[in-house]
Design a protein around this ligand. Structure first.
Ligand SMILES: [Ca+2]
Ligand SMILES: [Ca+2]
Length: 107
């Protein structure tokens, strides 16, 4: 008298159509891959292939300290703004050439 409970999930296996926007699963996969590529190496400091709570907290602490510009143990909205401005400034300057759309006004 054991209820198997099969054949329920089979019908939901619809194929993903090409051209449609990524499914939530695909978004998660992409974000995971992105994290693995960009951040994992920084957080997994002893390179044992896993991130321990210690490593995670250390990375979080480093980020906190980088943002807490005046080192008072608190982050203010102003410091967050400065932090982003600083990290923006560290990037190579983008070639922004403002197009002079407006015609030069000549008298
Ligand atoms: Ca580790
Ligand atoms: Ca502060």
């Amino acid at each position: 008298m054991l209820m198997g409970g099969t054949a329920m999930a089979d019908e939901k296996c619809k194929g993903d159509k090409p051209g449609e926007k990524p499914t939530p699963a695909q978004v998660v996969q992409a974000k995971t891959a992105d994290f693995m590529k960009k951040r994992w190496g920084k957080v997994d400091s002893n390179r044992d292939g896993v991130i321990s709570k210690e490593e995670y907290l250390k990375e979080a602490t480093d980020r906190f300290n980088a943002t807490d510009i005046n080192r008072d143990g608190k982050i203010t909205p102003e410091e967050v703004k400065q932090f982003f401005e600083k990290s923006q400034a560290q990037r190579p300057p983008q070639p922004t050439d403002p197009k002079p759309d407006a015609q030069p006004k000549q008298p």
